[in-house]
Design a protein. Sequence first.
Lengths: 217, 340
Amino acid sequence: MAIQQNSIASLLRAVPSKKQMRGIKLIVFALCLAPLLRLFWLGAHDALSANPVEFVEHSTGFWTLFILLTSLSLTPLRLITRCAWPIQLRRMLGLFMFFYVCLHLTTYLWLDYSFNWTDIINDIVKHPYVLLGSSAFILAIPLAITSSHAMMRRLGRRWLQLHRLVYLIAMLGVIHFWWLVKKDIREPLLFASVLLILLAIRVYYKILAKQRKRLEN
Amino acid sequence: MIIQTKSDIVPSEITPQQVFDQRRHFIQQASVGLIAASAALLSQPLHAALANTAKVETNRVGAASKSGSFGSRQKIANVTKTSYGAGEKLTPYDDITTYNNYYEFGTDKAEPALNSKLFKPHPWTVSIEGEVKKNKTISIEDIYKLAPLEERIYRMRCVEGWSMVIPWIGLPLAQLIKWAEPNANAKYVEFISLADKQQMSGINLPILDWPYSEGLRLDEAMHPLAIMAVGLYGEQLPNQNGAPMRLVVPWKYGFKGAKSIVKIRFSEKMPVSSWMKAGPSEYGFYANVNPQVEHPRWSQASEKRIGGGLFAGRIKTQMFNGYAEQVGQMYAGLDLRKNF
């Protein structure tokens, strides 16, 4: 039993070679594109339900949150398993999250509201869930802009501080989904639980690290 | 009362049945591949929306096969055409029957069509109780005979901001109420839906206070526009649309239209509907379509007409869903902002 556990742990800790990493990235890239390709496929076959605009809105919104939570799970994964290499996928996941939120917003502004700005502003002001969603989008813009290696180097320490915004964005996004749902909150509840668990793991390890430091001193 | 009507419907406006059947046939073929592909590509059991399309597709296959071997789609004979809805473009049959809010069969709009396949709308009796001369029951067959069945093309506006145009078949609700013989105390009428755990999977979730109930003021229920629908598109109501009979009150939001009604209860006091209990700040007793009264979640100023595709945009929502001329006087002096 102990041997088995060890072998799983060592497998997780195994660092993929550069070539393997390129392969992994390619697979993740293709997986992230799949929801979009699916939408195109369904659209081409007149299979986007009776309300295609709503379907695209919900689908792109769902995948935005899904990819965001996936990217937020990489650090907890490292903390628990000490398997660090998946962190290399975080930039791509973050940018795909931004890609899907852009599609989500475009669907809303164009397909749903036909760029009717009076109605759009009205909708944002009067409906709290729309306001939360738009705030989350605006907060995500600087993160997408500063995602490059060059920007990381240029901003140094402040880069880390800036990118902590992702926690706020995730919370806003999940509440946005929660408030939109009419009565059956099972899905947003699931997203909220996952987010809470991911945040709790970080907090737990932070406290653990502090205690360890105190003991060392 | 005189109902203002414009002109007769041109028969050419109604999409021929074979066009719908053709579309279903096409989708049936396409869907076989789709279900396999989407199941393999994206098997994610937790997300309903993912399965959404697969479900819609399976259902469409179901609908298509129904018209063939199952033979459960039945035409209704001797329906009088009316001039209601002249000039409106009908929402396709497939859209009306695959996009349903019917929580007894699941909260996802694609679910009712799938989960109601084994539902048995016959035999069916409706009991009449409360403030009536005497309690009694009536079978669905006898309801069919209460008055000549009419086709009424009505707009249906959902509180969620979408709408359809549906060619209902039904009888004036007033005829059923006259037969029920409410007594002098009756001021309101409540419509109670079936809540059968065996047949309705959604009942197992405490999402609404089952059984589903909706209510009207007696004068609203007697209004000539209110109907008890038993069919659509010339056929008996599909299960997912509330078979064997459902309420249709076209100037109110769609959730007022209780489906699969088993009980009609007259009362002196205003009844509390399922949605009023679920969200008192969001859903009121009246629920009249009103573009000026905002809902916390959805804009009520405009709506998406189902069937227009991806690029159709929105249309302006009309006061009382466009039936203001006929029903407006019933609400004279009532603060519609408070009585939403």
